[in-house]
Write a protein that binds this ligand. Structure first.
Ligand SMILES: NC(=O)c1ccc[n+]([C@@H]2O[C@H](COP(=O)([O-])OP(=O)(O)OC[C@H]3O[C@@H](n4cnc5c(N)ncnc54)[C@H](OP(=O)(O)O)[C@@H]3O)[C@@H](O)[C@H]2O)c1
Length: 395
C-alpha cells in the first residue's frame, strides 16, 4: 500500500497472521511499517510510523540495502566515534549483529541503547603493534560478513609531536594491517570497508581532485596513502572498499560542534582568511555510503566521500552563521592557529583541497545533502526535519 504525503491512515488487521505481524514489527521503522503492540486471536493493535519526505523528495537508504543488512554480522572498529556511533545505531535498527572492537569496550557498548535495536557486543582491541589480537577478536573477524574499519587517533586534537605522529600512524596503518592479517588467516570473504581521508591528496588552492588523482606528499597524505595500501592489500582476499572522507558534518563530534560553539558566542568567522577549500559531507550520507558498500558488491576500490559541492571555508562560515542566526565576522588569524597547533597540524585548518566524488556518483550514489546551506540548516535544526513521524492506534 502506498501512503501519500499528507495522508493519515487507519490500518486494521483482522485475522492477520500474527507471525507475519511479528516479523514486520521486528524490522526497523520505515514507510508504513507496522509495530505490533498487542494481539488477540483475531485482531491486532498496531501503531505505525510513517516516514515522509518533504517536497522535492531526497533519497534515503535503499530499502533493499536495509533488508539485506538484517542478521549480518558486522565488525566495527572506531564504533565509539562520530561516524561509528551513527553507523552502529543504523545497523542496530537493521537488526545486524554488531561487534565493536574498542580500546574501551564497556565504554563503547554503553554508548548504545537497546531501544535502538539489538545491543552490540564489544571486545578489546588495540591497534598498537605490540598488542596481540585476542582469540575472541580473531573469532569475530572469522565470523563476520563485513568489517568496517574506522579507528584512528584524532588528527585535530593538538600538536603533532613525534610521539603523537607515531600514534596517528599506528592507530590507522597498524590497526588496518592487523585486521587484514586476521581476514587472510581465516581465508574469510568478509568485505572490508576502510576509512581514509581527503588529506590523501595533500592541500591545494586550485586543483580539483577526483579518485584518480595521485597522493600528496605532506605528512597526512603519507599516512592516508599507507593506510589505504594496508587496506587494499586485502583485495586479493575479499572485496575491499576505501572511502576518503571529507570533513564530516554531524552533531555528535568533529568540526561542526566546535565551530558552532564559537558562532553561538558571537565569535564565529573563517579561520586563516577563508579562501581555502572545504570538502565536507553530511554524516547521514556517510552512513548511507557505508551501508550501501556493506551489501552491494559494486562498491570496490577507492571512493571520495565528499558532497558534490565543496565550498571555500569563508562560504561555509557564512552559511553556518546564517543557520545559527549569528554573524560570521571574526576571522581567526593564521598566526593564532599556528601558535595553538604548531605549523604542521595547523595546515589541517589553513589549507584544504577541492575534492569531487566522481567515482562515487558514477557508482549510482545520490547524495542526500548536496549543498552546504541545506546540510547546515538540517544539522542546526533551523529547518524542520524531513521526518514526519506519526503514530496511530487502530484496532
Ligand atoms: N570525522 C571526519 O571529519 C573525518 C574526516 C576524514 C577522515 N576521518 C577518519 O574516519 C575515521 C572515523 O572518523 P570519526 O570522526 O568517527 O573519528 P573519531 O570520532 O575521532 O573516532 C575514532 C575512533 O577511533 C578509535 N581511536 C581513537 N584513537 C585511537 C588510537 N590511538 N588507537 C586506536 N583506536 C583509536 C576510538 O575508538 P575506541 O576509543 O573505542 O577504541 C574512536 O572512537 C577516523 O579514522 C578518521 O581519521 C574522519
Amino acid at each position: 500500500m502506498v501512503i501519500q504525503q499528507g495522508l493519515t491512515a487507519n490500518l486494521t488487521f483482522v485475522c492477520a497472521p500474527h507471525k507475519k505481524l511479528r516479523s514486520l514489527s521486528n524490522r526497523r521503522p520505515r514507510s508504513g511499517i507496522c509495530h505490533l503492540q498487542s494481539r488477540s486471536q483475531h485482531t491486532a493493535t498496531v501503531s505505525y510510523q510513517l516516514y515522509m519526505r518533504s517536497a522535492g523528495s531526497s533519497p534515503s537508504i535503499d530499502e533493499r540495502v536495509l533488508d539485506a543488512l538484517s542478521g549480518r554480522s558486522v565488525v566495527v572498529t572506531g564504533g565509539s566515534g562520530l561516524i561509528g556511533r551513527a553507523l552502529v545505531e543504523q545497523l542496530q535498527e537493521c537488526n545486524s549483529e554488531v561487534v565493536l572492537l574498542s580500546r574501551q569496550p564497556n565504554r563503547a557498548r554503553d554508548m548504545f541503547s537497546p531501544r535502538t535495536g539489538a545491543m552490540p557486543r564489544a571486545l578489546v582491541y588495540d591497534a598498537e603493534p605490540d598488542e596481540p589480537v585476542s582469540d575472541s577478536v580473531f573469532e569475530a573477524i572469522g565470523q563476520a560478513d563485513a568489517i568496517i574499519n574506522l579507528a584512528g587517533e584524532p588528527v585535530e586534537d593538538g600538536r603533532w609531536t613525534a610521539s603523537r605522529k607515531q600514534i596517528l600512524y599506528n592507530s590507522r596503518v597498524n590497526g588496518t594491517r592487523k585486521l587484514v592479517d586476521a581476514v587472510r588467516k581465516h581465508r574469510s570473504n568478509a568485505v572490508l570497508i576502510n576509512a581514509s581521508a581527503v588529506g590523501y591528496y595533500g592541500p591545494s588552492a586550485s586543483k580539483v581532485f577526483t579518485e584518480k588523482c595521485k597522493a600528496g606528499s605532506d605528512y597526512l597524505a603519507t599516512i592516508a596513502m599507507n593506510w589505504e595500501q594496508a587496506a587494499l592489500a586485502n583485495t586479493n582476499q575479499s572485496r575491499t572498499t576505501v572511502f576518503r572522507f571529507g570533513v564530516v558534518l554531524g552533531n555528535g563530534g568533529g568540526a561542526l560542534p566546535k565551530m558552532s560553539t564559537a558562532f553561538r558566542a558571537f565569535l564565529g568567522g573563517p579561520p586563516g582568511g577563508g579562501e581555502q577549500w572545504f570538502s565536507w559531507v553530511h554524516i547521514e550520507d556517510v552512513v548511507r555510503l557505508l551501508l550501501h558498500a556493506t551489501v552491494d558488491t559494486k562498491w570496490n576500490g577507492v571512493y571520495n566521500a565528499t558532497a558534490p559541492q565543496p565550498v571555500r571555508l569563508a562560504e561555509f562560515c557564512q552559511e553556518l552563521g546564517k543557520a545559527l542566526g549569528r554573524p560570521s565576522w571574526l576571522p581567526v588569524p593564521k598566526q593564532a592557529i599556528q601558535a595553538l597547533l604548531g605549523n604542521e597540524a595547523a595546515q589541517l585548518i589553513l589549507a584544504g583541497q577541492q575534492v569531487l566524488p566522481k567515482r562515487t556518483r558514477e557508482n549510482g550514489f545520490v547524495f542526500k545533502y548536496k549543498d552546504v546551506a541545506t546540510a547546515l540548516q538540517q544539522l542546526t535544526g533551523s529547518r524542520s526535519g524531513e521526518l514526519l513521524e506519526m503514530r496511530r492506534d487502530c484496532r
